[in-house]
Design a protein around this ligand. Structure first.
Ligand code: HEC
Length: 120
């Protein structure tokens, strides 16, 4: 009788602590949505220069004198021109991604960037 109570005293808080820290509640990871996938590619392949927010304020972006995707100059591009920049590259400093990422992903990235620009 006594012994049981002691056990509860000792293990009760331990179980609570473990649950709170997530050890006992390893939730299955939620599958990435298609939008997440595009974002991941953007962060991996594009953010070095363009920055995660598209402002181009990265070390590399500054060196290349990147334009903010929200600047008037970039904003006047048509959706087709955005996609073309991703597919074929832009100027001397950005190579096209058509071969590496495929047409579909390149187009999605262009859309992702336009949405990014519209957000702020
Ligand atoms: C090595 C650096 C670099 C990387 C990596 C890079 N870009 Fe660029 N990108 C540039 C530069 C430089 C320009 C030229 C115009 C400028 O200054 O913004 C440009 C232009 C563009 C443009 C035309 C609009 C604009 O901002 O001028 C788009 C769209 C674009 N990039 C998308 C992408 C996408 C999507 C990726 C990833 C798949 C990517 N870029 C990766 C450097 C880069």
């Amino acid at each position: 009788m006594m012994l049981r109570n002691v056990r509860l005293l000792v293990f009760g808080p331990l179980v609570v602590a473990l649950s709170a820290s997530g050890v006992l509640m390893a939730a299955p990871p939620t599958p990435a949505s298609p939008q997440d996938e595009v974002k991941q590619v953007y962060v991996k392949k594009c953010a070095v220069c363009h920055g995660e927010d598209g402002a181009g304020k990265t070390a590399k972006g500054k060196k290349l004198k990147m334009k903010d995707i929200r600047s008037a100059e970039v904003q006047k591009l048509t959706p087709a021109q955005w996609a073309d920049a991703v597919l074929k590259g832009s100027g001397e400093d950005m190579d096209g991604f058509e071969k590496e990422l495929g047409v579909e992903m390149s187009r999605k990235l262009a859309t992702y960037m336009r949405d990014l620009a519209a957000k702020k």
